[in-house]
Design a protein around this ligand. Sequence first.
Ligand SMILES: C[S@@+](CC[C@H](N)C(=O)[O-])C[C@H]1O[C@@H](n2cnc3c(N)ncnc32)[C@H](O)[C@@H]1O
Length: 314
Amino acid sequence: MDDLVSFERFMREALYHPEKGYYAQRIRGIGRRGDFSTWATLDGSLARAVAAWIRGRGIRNVIEVGAGDGSLARAVLSNLGWRRWWNVRYHIVEVSAPLREAQNKVLKGYGVEWHESPEQALQKLNGQASIFSNELPDAFPCRVFEKSASGWMEVYVSANKGVSQECLQSCILPDSTVFEYEFRSGSRVEVHESYKQWLDAFAPEWRSGEMLTIDYGDTIPRLYHRRPTGTLRAYLAHQVLTGMEILDSPGTRDLTADVNFSDLEKWGGELGWQTLDQGTLREFFQHWTPQFLIPAGFQDAAVAFRFIEQRAAS
Ligand SMILES: C[S@@+](CC[C@H](N)C(=O)[O-])C[C@H]1O[C@@H](n2cnc3c(N)ncnc32)[C@H](O)[C@@H]1O
């Protein structure tokens, strides 16, 4: 890596460098015995609600992006039952080679097809598919900004004799709702601009269908109400690391930041996508699986997680 890089570049290399990146090579698994757990690896209620959404919307081609260890896909397909055999075709887009291998094992015999990118999957499906993800945008490299006395500055990382340090650089601000609000000096915010670029890349191929995005985060300005120093953190063996520890041993830990759902709505709107609904995951469950209670132990997560459902431009 060069001596001075934006935090976004640092995070991209740390997570996706082909030889040393955390997702590209080193992830040891997701779930209780892996590096971190997701809702889908701990409990079946999310898969049940996603399956109800697929049935309720009459979806025939599903593309799951970032399928982790395949737990969610398998549980969704099991919940769809007989319907999947002649109605639903299930596709996965996954960038991590170790996780694709794990998915292959877990989903043997389920008739799933893998693709390199949403563009490739959509080309194969004539642009007609519904797309869903759980905890995907938070895994995209983010730009980090700090409010200084002279305005917003971008966080950069410099490496000196193997020790990484932060510094601030002047910058051109990206397209984000976060800059529409006043922040105190010293505040930090993150922008998943690389996720916007990823949406922009496949949008021309997407002709019809819905997109369901589930992740932890909030709308602006609530996202930063109790987090004036931002939401960036690392996960290592189920431990949360913050501050300068985030920069230690790049490639050995997951890096993540909460998702700004106001940006997801704005960026989709700029592509002509219609927002059908958005809210907390609790509200998603109430809509799609009202007959089931949210399991004890998941009540807080049900409001920390949000969803947004968008429809392709027609
Ligand atoms: C935090 S994990 C979530 C896994 C899974 N959805 C779950 O709920 O257990 C993020 C997933 O997104 C994948 N991923 C990250 N960036 C991606 C991209 N650009 N395209 C496809 N998958 C991606 C990772 O490899 C991983 O499978």
